[in-house]
Design a protein around this ligand. Structure first.
Ligand SMILES: Nc1ncnc2c1ncn2[C@@H]1O[C@H](COP(=O)(O)OP(=O)(O)OP(=O)(O)O)[C@@H](O)[C@H]1O
Ligand code: SF4
Ligand SMILES: [Mg+2]
Length: 308
């Protein structure tokens, strides 16, 4: 017989329509209906499918264009370079950028094998799962909310993740149901990395990501400040394009670790455009060293929870 717990409340709470799959109160809710939802149907299929994936890591930042995909791609490539088995799940449905950032050719496609959808093996040892590998580049789909949710369910339940050690999920901009859904559907997330640029507006949204992770009880590995201090190309002196240090301040205020500043850099932007992550293209550079700090923190965090 399974574990029995005391029923504290009947599901008569105002506002509960029993549609847990779409409910914004999911992480705060402790009604019995939610427990049934968790044990039945798609969630248990996903749990079963991901049971051999050792660590699931989410990269989020809330605001658009702050470098979430840059971080996810370089983190994945750096882990693969260290010999880890890595898969990168691109959760961005509107104009997914991950395949291009990993140099995957425009006509590459996800194939279906005996055990499900087969992730695409990129040149850098990162296996990629993205709707960019299902649709043609010039194909435009209007992704309505429910379609995104269904796609998330399918990519988690029907992809053959094999012996993946690190599954990195690149979470889309915003802190709406799209973000909440992946956190809800992906079981046992090992940790989240939050990225922000030094502007106040970006930080405000990054703070919301921290709140969401906290309410979902997902450990926060740390905050990365992107497009931070750089050196002036003319005189070589340190220069801050946007007011630097703000990410570090936010991390302190929210009592989470601050990991590193990634400089605004042409090496970062061109390497992404060229499809060769800078951790591979420019090893030993300031940019790659910054990413090393992120990788070290992720690995240390994961090994620690494994040891628990
Ligand atoms: N440190 C950096 N220096 C220079 N360019 C950068 C840096 N970080 C990111 N970029 C550039 O900024 C753009 C946005 O980065 P990226 O696509 O990673 O952001 P994002 O947060 O994933 O955006 P979206 O919300 O659209 O998914 C890209 O063109 C990338 O090349
Ligand atoms: S998460 Fe809770 S409040 Fe929301 S639909 Fe499910 S049981 Fe109702
Ligand atoms: Mg992105």
């Amino acid at each position: 017989m399974g574990v029995e717990t005391e029923l504290k409340e009947l599901n008569v709470t105002e506002g509960c329509n029993k549609k847990c799959e779409d409910c914004e109160k999911y992480f705060e809710c402790d009604l019995s209906v939610k427990e049934i939802f968790k044990q039945k149907g798609i969630l248990s299929l996903i749990r079963e499918n991901l049971k051999n994936v050792k660590y699931k890591i989410v990269v989020l930042g809330g605001k658009g264009g702050v470098g979430k995909s840059m971080l996810a791609v370089n983190l994945a490539a750096a882990l693969a370079k260290r010999g880890k088995k890595v898969a990168l799940l691109d959760q961005v449905y509107d104009c997914p950028a991950v395949p291009m950032m990993l140099g995957v050719s425009g006509d590459a496609r996800l194939m279906i094998g005996e055990k499900g959808l087969i992730p695409y093996e990129s040149k850098w040892g990162v296996r990629v799962i993205s709707t960019g590998l299902i649709l043609d580049q010039d194909e435009v789909i209007i992704w309505f909310h429910e379609m995104k949710r269904n796609a998330t369910e399918e990519l988690l339940a029907a992809v053959d993740y094999g012996d993946t050690e690190y599954l990195i999920a690149d979470i889309p901009a915003g802190t709406s149901s799209e973000t909440v859904n992946i956190l809800k559907y992906m079981p046992d997330i090992a940790g989240g990395v939050v990225i922000t640029v030094p502007s106040q507006i970006s930080q405000n949204v990054a703070r919301k990501c921290i709140y969401i992770l906290k309410s979902a009880r997902i450990p926060i590995i740390g905050v990365v400040e992107n497009m931070s201090d750089t050196n002036c190309p003319e005189c070589g002196e340190p220069a801050s394009i946007i007011s630097s240090g703000a990410g570090e301040r936010m991390a302190r205020e929210e009592e989470v670790s601050f990991l590193v500043k990634v400089p605004v850099s042409i090496k970062v932007s061109t390497s992404l455009d060229d499809g060769e992550p800078f951790v591979i293209k420019y090893p030993g550079s300031e940019e790659a060293k910054a990413m090393d700090a992120v990788v070290n923190a992720v690995v240390k965090h994961c090994e620690t929870i494994k040891g628990n």
